[in-house]
Design a protein around this ligand. Structure first.
Ligand SMILES: Cc1ncc(COP(=O)(O)O)c(C=O)c1O
Length: 358
């Protein structure tokens, strides 16, 4: 198939059924592989939609500068969009950002601005947002998409990702989706509940994340979780929340790679761990887990035994066989629980107004 540019290859991501890592052979766990998007993650969808909407609104002029805080994937998406559409891209990153992500972004011409000092709770996210605000004020023509509060982030998933899923499935018992900005969880859950009224939506967050109001504590996984509650996180369509630990998610990543040939990012591992728990409790019911990115982002980290050892996770601390993993998935460290319903709150101190502009 011939395309005018790489952005046209976005979407139509494959769904793969698990064959070996299942509580019972008849169980139906499906994984939507968002890592096959052009820059390697689900963020391509939200980034392109947010940029196009800003262009339509006349907020983003040719040659403008996009400034964004990113733990990795949004930065890759913006680097790609900037290269194709001719925008200067400045990414505010931190020491947790995977090297492969930084190399990808700079190869495509993005500039990096690294925040080295964490904020009060030991995390970098609010420190990065403060830096974005500074840069947007200082650089003429600078613009930030503000993925945490921009309604076009969930809208991209409501309009496009949900339609793909709706075409792939006649029946779906549960959707399992991870959370950082709340973009894909929000857009998918509202749209898919219209098509499948009995759908159970299970949100997946990192133990340590404060997105759903728990106290923040540093954790290892990248891409998932946040140190505050983002405006785009709407918990009203969420039926249960599963808070997953680093060990649970990393173990799934390693077992899935070895047993199913699926190389997922850490949040994809967390989503599959939560999907295993749902499947164990609901025999034979079709459950879809969203895997937001590819493990290629973390080849020299999550998938590198020495790196894990050097960063405090010796291989012996992970569960290595499907049987061991399934035992833990049936009895997770933090069993899924209901969440207090409510719309997203405005992000506290770190908030940057959507569409903020110099
Ligand atoms: C790897 C990964 N997983 C999960 C998420 C969470 O997605 P969302 O921001 O749509 O909540 C992100 C977002 O950046 C991500 O990069």
């Amino acid at each position: 198939m011939i395309h005018e540019n790489l952005l046209e290859t976005l979407g139509a991501t494959p769904v793969v059924r698990l064959r070996k890592l299942l509580p019972r052979p008849q169980d139906r766990i499906y994984v939507k592989l968002e890592g096959t998007n052009p820059s390697g993650s689900i963020k391509d969808r939200a980034a392109l939609h947010m940029v196009e909407q800003a262009e339509h609104a006349g907020l983003l002029r040719p040659g403008a500068t996009l400034v964004e805080s990113t733990s990795g994937n949004l930065g890759k998406s913006l680097a790609l969009i900037g290269a194709i559409k001719g925008y200067r891209v400045i990414l505010v990153v931190d020491p947790k950002t995977p090297q492969s992500v930084l190399a990808y972004a700079t190869s495509l011409g993005a500039e990096l601005d690294t925040v080295n000092r964490p904020d009060g709770n030991g995390n970098y996210q609010t420190a990065r947002i403060r830096r974005v605000r500074q840069l947007v004020q200082r650089i003429p023509g600078a613009y930030t998409l503000d993925q945490y509060n921009n309604p076009h982030n969930p809208q991209a998933h409501r309009l496009y990702t949900a339609q793909e899923i709706g075409k792939d499935f006649d029946r779906l018992s549960a959707l399992v989706a991870t959370v950082s900005t709340g973009g894909h969880l929000g857009g998918l859950s509202t749209a898919l509940k219209e098509q499948f009224p009995a759908l159970h939506v299970r949100a997946v967050d990192a133990v340590g994340s404060a997105a759903f109001g728990h106290p923040f504590e540093p954790y290892r996984m990248r891409g998932i979780g946040l140190s505050w509650r983002p405006g785009n996180l709407d918990s009203r369509p969420v039926d249960s929340l599963h808070r997953v630990t680093d060990t649970e998610a990393l173990s799934v990543c390693r077992v899935l790679a070895a047993e199913e040939g699926l190389l997922l990012g850490e949040s994809g591992g967390a989503a599959v761990f939560a999907a295993l728990g749902y499947a164990a409790a609901n025999p034979g019911e079709p459950v879809l887990a969203i895997a937001p990115d590819t493990g290629a982002n973390y080849l020299y980290e999550t998938y590198d035994d020495q790196w894990l050892l050097d960063h405090g996770t010796p291989l012996e601390t992970l569960w290595r066989t499907p049987e061991e993993l399934l035992r833990h998935a049936r009895h997770p460290l933090h069993p899924p629980a209901a969440v207090a319903a409510g719309p997203g709150l405005t992000a506290e101190s770190g908030r940057v107004t959507a569409g903020g502009r110099a």
